[in-house]
Design a protein around this ligand. Structure first.
Ligand code: SF4
Ligand code: SF4
Length: 310
């Protein structure tokens, strides 16, 4: 099973729209499995009409909990906590679970053994069936910082689903940025489709994503989305691609028809119902055909940057 990760250095570039459209186009001729690795804002299941899904608790780290029946309000724990997670209100000591780092110092210093370290529910890891095929996804609860681990769990589930269903291709909708969840979403993938927008920050964030990909020696191609919204911004992205020898696979003009298409697909339409005259839709289809060719063994060579440490 081959895999691509649709990624972007920042949010709002149209990454999920393209992931969903690629998944629909791939499903016309291939067995597809999809993974929504954007666990802090998962919406691919909506776009791909999740029909039935089941979730399991994804456990996070430990958090301190003070047992009021044992606490004498001595304040030793609050003094020891270097993260300021323990506060007192009307002589009752409490732990702010969002601030608590789970270091266990308060439990260690409490003279009355009034602090318990409790494993928290950090989110959910889910699998289900979408209109294009099996899907794995997850939801991280606000305030929890284990998104990289949850992305890894979601990817593992997607790979397992792919094996069961004999999938030809895994399409991963990656999280924005270049942090831990982004690393978890691109590690080991066959190809990164970096979606950029035509702004200076779009070019900058694309550069960061390319640097990350280079670090892992992963193949990268670029799609410049909403390319006609800023000629200066588009030029910056093109210049960056030239300077770093990055293939600019497609430039997609801004077209509300793409978002309408996604909304239509999410509510039961098929690709055949899509506006045939939309230039953006035509370019998206051509882009998918190029990606499919790149992923096939006989396809054109994929840009594979030299690792940064060489
Ligand atoms: S150290 Fe223990 S007894 Fe003292 S305030 Fe904290 S939890 Fe309560
Ligand atoms: S576990 Fe650590 S961070 Fe959390 S409240 Fe206790 S001392 Fe503070």
């Amino acid at each position: 099973m081959r895999s691509i990760t649709v990624a972007s250095g920042k949010g709002g570039t149209g990454k999920t729209t393209l992931s969903a459209l690629f998944a629909h186009m791939a499903a016309e001729s291939l067995n597809v499995v999809v993974a929504d690795a954007d666990v802090e804002a998962s919406n691919l299941p909506l776009a791909l009409r999740l029909e039935h899904g089941s979730c399991e608790v994804f456990e996070g780290g430990l958090k301190a909990v003070i047992r009021a029946d044992r606490c004498s309000a001595c304040g030793v724990c609050a003094e020891a906590c270097r993260f300021g997670a323990i506060s007192v209100d009307d002589e009752r000591y409490r732990v702010d679970a969002v601030v608590c780092e789970g270091c266990g110092t308060c439990a260690y210093v409490c003279p009355l053994d009034a602090v318990s370290m409790v494993r928290q529910k950090a989110g959910e890891a889910c699998t289900g069936m979408s209109v294009v095929g099996p899907i794995a996804y997850g939801q991280l609860r606000p305030g929890y910082d284990l998104s990289g681990k949850l992305v890894t769990e979601v990817r593992s589930r997607a790979v397992a689903l792919g094996a069961v269903h004999g999938a030809d291709v895994l399409i991963i909708d990656g999280p924005p940025g270049t942090g831990c969840p982004a690393i978890a979403s691109i590690t080991g993938t066959d190809l990164i489709v970096a979606v950029a927008e035509p702004t200076r920050s779009g070019a900058h964030d694309l550069g960061r994503l390319e640097t990350l990909a280079r670090r892992f020696a992963l193949g990268v191609v670029v799609v410049l989305n909403k390319a006609d919204l800023s000629s200066a911004g588009a030029r910056e992205v093109r210049d960056l691609c030239t300077a770093r020898d990055l293939p600019l696979l497609a430039e997609i003009p801004f077209d509300p028809a793409l978002v309408d298409a996604l909304a239509g697909l999410a509510s039961g339409a098929t690709l055949g119902d899509m506006p045939a005259k939309s230039q953006a839709m035509r370019i998206v289809r051509e882009t998918w055909e190029q990606l499919d060719a790149m992923l096939s063994e006989s396809g054109p060579a994929v840009y594979r940057p030299k690792p940064a440490w060489r």
